[in-house]
Design a protein around this ligand. Structure first.
Ligand SMILES: [Zn+2]
Length: 262
């Protein structure tokens, strides 16, 4: 039932629906180079980028070993920020929801893999910033999902539904919650130990090479640096950042190098 869209088709459809809705509560500069121009060549993880036999999760279209590993991911490219769909069979967890108005683009990505809102049972918000939680008001009424966020960010998120506060070490949908404070106090990342996929929120970005939380939007720089060092201890194989393209090649090495500079 998978629709074999190419990465570029997904990007075009997403940006075509949305346009750019940059809100004042965001945490990415307006000049963000990961804008409507689409992914860089390094951001095309489909096809041969995943070696045969690799357990690394990959977008739909790369069937086989990735699917057998039980988790695959899809990116909803929302122009300057991304949401990620983590898929096991016909059940989906969405990590982050973009700005208000992002629901249409996210629904398109769901449709591209033959699923709808009813498949979404978990929504994880990496942190409280508007460009990551803005889509919640429109998405929440359409799904039967539990919504999670880091316990220390929950109170600051405007939500039409209750949000479950989670802490380091908890598990959601078979995924590990990794507390990564600094960007915000309650920032969390989501890590899948089976595939090495790290959904990094704003703890990491790839808008100009792998980098830590943007200082312009970071509450606690020392905490953010410590969080990167912590993330570098994980067996990471793929980094899915809030801003910038997914890093699917050399992610562990890049993260180790980055951590050593902090
Ligand atoms: Zn942010």
């Amino acid at each position: 039932m998978t629709v074999h869209l190419t990465r570029r088709q997904l990007v075009v459809s997403a940006t075509g629906v949305l346009g750019v809705a940059l809100l004042g509560t965001g945490c990415s500069a307006a000049g963000d180079p990961a804008g409507p121009t689409g992914p860089s060549p390094s951001g095309t993880p489909s096809g041969p980028a995943s070696p045969a036999g690799s357990p690394v999760a990959s977008p739909s279209g790369a069937a086989g070993p990735a699917a057998a590993a039980g988790l695959r991911w899809e990116r909803a490219d929302l122009s300057f920020v991304s949401a990620y769909l983590l898929v096991r069979g016909s059940e989906v967890a969405i990590v982050d929801l973009g700005t208000a108005g992002s629901d249409g683009a996210i629904r398109q990505v769901l449709a591209s893999i033959g699923l709808g809102w009813d498949a979404v049972r978990h929504i994880v918000l990496t942190h409280r910033h508007g460009d990551h939680v803005g889509g919640l008001a429109a998405v929440a009424p359409q799904v039967r999902a539990t919504v999670y966020a880091g316990a220390q960010d929950v109170a600051a998120i405007d939500s039409p539904v209750p949000i479950a506060g989670v802490r380091d070490g908890q598990e959601v949908f078979g995924l590990q919650v990794i507390a990564s404070p600094g960007h915000t106090a309650g920032h969390i990342c989501i890590f899948d130990p089976a595939t090495g996929v790290l959904v990094a929120g704003d703890a990491l970005r790839t808008t100009a090479g792998l980098a830590p939380s943007d200082p312009q939007f970071t509450e606690d720089a020392a905490g953010a640096a410590a969080s990167v060092k912590r993330l570098a201890t994980l067996p990471v194989r793929v980094i899915l950042p809030g801003h910038g393209d997914p890093l699917t090649e050399g992610a562990a090495e890049a993260l180790t190098r980055l951590a050593a500079t902090l």
